[in-house]
Design a protein around this ligand. Sequence first.
Ligand SMILES: NC(=O)c1ccc[n+]([C@@H]2O[C@H](COP(=O)([O-])OP(=O)(O)OC[C@H]3O[C@@H](n4cnc5c(N)ncnc54)[C@H](OP(=O)(O)O)[C@@H]3O)[C@@H](O)[C@H]2O)c1
Length: 285
Amino acid sequence: MKILVTGVTGQLGHDVMLELQSRGHEAIGAARKEFSLTDFEAARAFVERTHPDAIIHCAAYTAVDRAEDEKDLCMITNGGATRALAAAAKDVGAKFVYLSTDYVFPGTGDTPYETDALKGPANAYGLSKLAGETAVQELLDAYFIVRISWVFGVNGKNFVRTMLRLAETHDALTVVDDQIGSPTYTKDLARLLVDMVESEKYGVYHATNEGFCSWAEFASEIFRQAGKHVTVTPVPSSAYPTKATRPKNSRLSKAALDAAGFQRLPAWQDALARYLCELHKNPNK
Ligand SMILES: NC(=O)c1ccc[n+]([C@@H]2O[C@H](COP(=O)([O-])OP(=O)(O)OC[C@H]3O[C@@H](n4cnc5c(N)ncnc54)[C@H](OP(=O)(O)O)[C@@H]3O)[C@@H](O)[C@H]2O)c1
């Protein structure tokens, strides 16, 4: 298949390109220099020119706190551009994969959200990603909406990298323990996304590595596996006020993946171990 991937300079787009190439697909990577998401006409023209069989739309405005000060830009980038790309996908008959987030949910309670649970984003980024979902569902039938959370990959900044950097200068850290979710390794997710795009099992899915943890538990496991002697003291979110409100409950149910016969991702601890190996092999990434 000929597959267009957006956001190839980011964490997920990078690994999706590698996965597509390893399976023999013709992968067309679009970075900002190909078109800016805020230039809807350029986005549409690129899709028309390349005429892909599928689009995996990984690019997004992802600066969650800055989005509170740039609400319009965030909405245009995540909502407007997704609508423009989905319309272009419809015109050329391409399947469409849209990456969404746990932030579309209010983040209350303590049970996993099903894919059709009531939405209610608590911040501007979540609202903009929900607008993207709405556009995809209004315009298309052949779509996959895949909600993910707590992403880490070799090609970008993430929580694991931040913890490893802090370990160079700290032997004790306080980390939030009242937000519960699941880390997602882009290499594992890329496999699933390509499985999806090769199928016609369209729908809304949740896809993270298996198991739940708090950020404090995640940090402790990073230090344990990396052999760093850093003491983690769990603290409530109120100890770290941020511009954007974070959901306390980011647990996502994988029932839709099971029902469609897609393979779940491995346990997050296993993913972390493989990621630390990957970082070790690519120290300059
Ligand atoms: N990271 C997470 O924890 C997380 C959690 C849930 C869902 N998601 C979703 O998962 C997807 C992939 O996330 P990620 O972690 O791979 O993101 P990322 O590393 O932050 O990469 C974002 C990508 O979007 C591109 N981009 C941003 N604004 C653009 C614009 N105006 N025009 C063209 N390209 C633009 C960036 O290009 P530049 O390099 O040029 O800026 C980059 O390639 C996104 O849809 C995100 O919303 C992420």
